[in-house]
Design a protein around this ligand. Structure first.
Ligand code: NAD
Length: 275
């Protein structure tokens, strides 16, 4: 009898430890393909028991996102709806559709950035007003827009995560307009964390080292930078998407309940070095 009690207790305990997001609903924005950082995080959250809703940029990505979701184990394939974050109508439709399935959410990932090609090719001082506004609208304002729409669904509190990069603090020459955009994003995290804290909503940024993804390949000299970054990092290697996913899992769960408004480096230590 005692054995049955212990076995039931430990099975339950293991279940909650293995699946810290069981019963939680998570919104994920920024899956483009299997290399996306958002996809690694979505897989980790799904494995931890979360039910996912994916917001993808547009029809062009629908098929690849649906193929990825079909690979996930389990019987319930997660939901996926289009959500171009620069289109207010699509954003509100995304949340209306989500709400019809899940009246509550607990976690939200914003893993979105964009800068026009010309802005990444020209000198930084030649950035046009239009390119500046487009970069900031997609990469920074979108976090405010998603947080605002999501606020009412976070009725039990929760965790919002975004993705930043070291170019927010230091000059990474070819990163150009994305540097000021990431600085504004990190500041946005702090202001959102302040105002949403009273609703029990935490807001943090993860700042990974360079990872070979579609967005990163838009930065000229990226491959060379990837090699140098591994050589100069204390851990002697580059960051993997799974490293970012592990940190994202921690920040999504109650284990990180007192952490908000922070930018957490997941860069094998690169950012502590001065050369
Ligand atoms: P990725 O290309 O896989 O992801 C970028 C995502 O942004 C794509 O899913 C794309 O569809 C989405 N997006 C762009 N414009 C959008 C719009 N208007 N509406 C909706 N979605 C839109 O590349 P990634 O490297 O996984 O990038 C994810 C995040 O990680 C970005 O914020 C990026 O700046 C950040 N980051 C990347 C690295 C790296 O080296 N790869 C390092 C640090 C931070």
């Amino acid at each position: 009898m005692l054995f049955i009690f212990y076995s039931a207790f430990f099975n339950k305990k293991n279940m909650t430890t293995d699946k810290p997001l069981l019963g939680k609903n998570a919104l994920v924005f920024g899956v483009a393909n299997k290399w996306s950082i958002a996809w690694a995080i979505a897989k980790a959250w799904h494995k931890a028991g979360a039910r996912l809703v994916i917001g993808y940029q547009g029809e062009r990505l629908k098929k690849s996102v649906e193929e990825l979701l079909a690979e996930l184990p389990g019987e319930d394939t997660p939901l996926a709806f289009p959500c171009d974050v620069t289109d207010e109508e699509q954003v509100s439709q995304f949340f209306a559709k989500t709400k019809a399935h899940f009246p509550k959410i607990h976690v939200l990932l914003h893993s979105i950035a964009f800068a026009p090609k010309e802005a990444l090719e020209k000198n930084f001082y030649e950035t046009s007003r239009q390119d500046f506004l487009r970069t900031f609208e997609t990469s920074v304002y979108s976090l405010i827009a998603l947080a605002r729409e999501a606020k009412a669904l976070f009725s039990e509190g929760g965790s919002i995560l975004t993705l930043s990069y070291y170019g927010s603090e230091k000059v990474i020459p070819n990163y150009k307009i994305m540097g000021p955009a990431k600085a504004a994003l990190e500041s946005t995290v702090r202001y959102l964390a302040y105002e949403l804290g009273k609703d029990g909503i935490r807001v943090n940024a993860l700042s990974p080292g360079p990872i070979n993804t579609l967005a990163a390949r838009g930065i000229s000299g990226f491959t060379k930078f990837l090699k140098e970054s591994a050589l100069k990092s204390p851990l002697g290697r580059n960051t993997e998407t799974t490293d970012v996913a592990s940190a994202a899992l921690f920040l999504a769960t109650d284990e990180s309940r007192a952490i908000t408004g922070q930018t957490l480096y997941i860069d094998c230590g690169y950012s502590i070095m001065g050369f």
